[in-house]
Design a protein around this ligand. Structure first.
Ligand code: PEP
Ligand code: MN
Length: 348
């Protein structure tokens, strides 16, 4: 931690800060510049609230040097985390990127879901996604079929062997969702629902943690830290767009740079969701490709058997025939990316 004193700080004020740091068990190194004094404080900052030093007389600013997340950080674990499922599917590190597709919401037309699942299987996807409990902005919108939807997802898994991803919104539904899901999704709106993070931290299912719409990368990684702190290290991060300056051309601003940034600071797998990231069907393919090229470990896309009549997010869902075309091209791209050397393999 670095404490920068005001140019006008008195010797007495500097001494007060230094003494307070020593009392908390910190060592200090002082650098008296021409204009101001900088105090480097060395010690375990978890024992204090660093920003409390901001309130001392004569202090201009307090800067933290170490990232506050430990378990999610590369500083603590340099090798990539690879999460393995019972059917051998692996996600993370240098593994081939995965594809997760399915409707925003599981709806009462089971056959529609099975059509999507069959197409997903045919195109080499590993995961079927679908919401049973839906976090909707309006209480008048479709809220999800709850357990019925979970049953439908289980039927689709039975028929295709795809792994099931579904969102958990409430700790009260944890056991129910765990009974059906292979991966539990924590949605963007719940990224900082700390009770929910704690609850999934105590279960042994892999978790997809979506980035909050207004979350910094640091807040995102600290949310992952909550899950890991409670014992679950199987966390898959998902970049799904943040609030940008223009929500007319796109629903969110997909933060493509967040993918390599997160890979630099964290060992956890990170996937990209261009459906929620853009809100526009025609942007799914280009942004999925962008995500893959910068190193995403997977792509999550919304696919619906009848997007025009979907109960939620139809405008950002691919129809089945379009999905098949897109998946063909994504598979081709996936086959050409050399993740170790971070470039495209030239055609022979
Ligand atoms: C979803 O995946 O359907 C969803 C609601 O996503 P997000 O939490 O990213 O908005
Ligand atoms: Mn959706």
């Amino acid at each position: 931690m670095i404490i920068i004193m005001e140019p006008s700080a008195t010797q007495e004020q500097i001494k007060t800060v230094v003494n307070a740091l020593h009392n908390k068990g910190f060592k200090t190194v002082l650098n008296h510049g021409d204009v101001m004094t900088v105090i480097a404080a060395i010690g375990d900052k978890r024992l204090i609230e660093p920003h409390s030093f901001q309130s001392y007389e004569g202090v201009r600013s307090v800067k933290l040097i170490q990232e506050p997340y430990k378990l999610a950080s590369r500083e603590g674990k340099s090798e990539d985390t690879v999460i393995e499922f019972s059917n051998g599917v692996r996600i993370g590190g240098l593994e081939k990127p995965v594809m997760m597709v399915g409707p925003c919401s599981v709806e009462k037309d089971l056959d529609g879901l099975l059509q999507v699942a069959a197409a997903a299987k045919e195109m080499g996807c590993q995961f079927l996604r679908g919401g049973a409990f839906k976090p909707r902005t309006s209480p008048y919108d479709f809220q999800g079929l709850e357990e019925k939807a979970l049953e439908y997802l289980a039927i689709a898994r039975e028929k295709t062997g795809l792994l099931v991803v579904t969102e958990l919104m409430d700790t009260l539904d944890l056991d129910l969702v765990c009974n059906y899901a292979d991966v539990i999704q924590i949605g963007a709106r719940n990224m900082q629902n700390f009770k929910l993070l704690k609850a999934v931290g105590k279960c042994n299912k892999p978790i997809i943690l979506k980035r909050g719409g207004a979350a910094t990368i640091r807040e995102f990684l600290l949310a992952a830290e909550h899950i890991m702190y409670h014992g679950n290290d199987k966390v898959i991060l998902c970049e799904r767009g943040i609030m940008g300056v223009d929500n007319t051309a796109t629903r969110n601003t997909l933060d493509i740079a967040a993918i390599p940034v997160i890979k630099k600071y964290s060992h956890l797998p990170i996937i990209v969701d261009p459906s929620h990231g853009t809100g526009r069907r025609y942007l799914i393919e280009p942004m999925a490709k962008a995500g893959l090229i910068v190193g995403a470990h997977g792509v999550m896309m919304e696919v619906h058997h009848d997007p025009e009549n979907a109960s939620s997010d139809g405008a950002q869902s691919l129809s089945i025939p379009v999905f098949k075309d897109v998946a063909k091209r994504l598979n081709k791209l996936i086959g050409r990316i050399d993740y170790d050397n971070k470039h495209l393999i030239d055609k022979a």
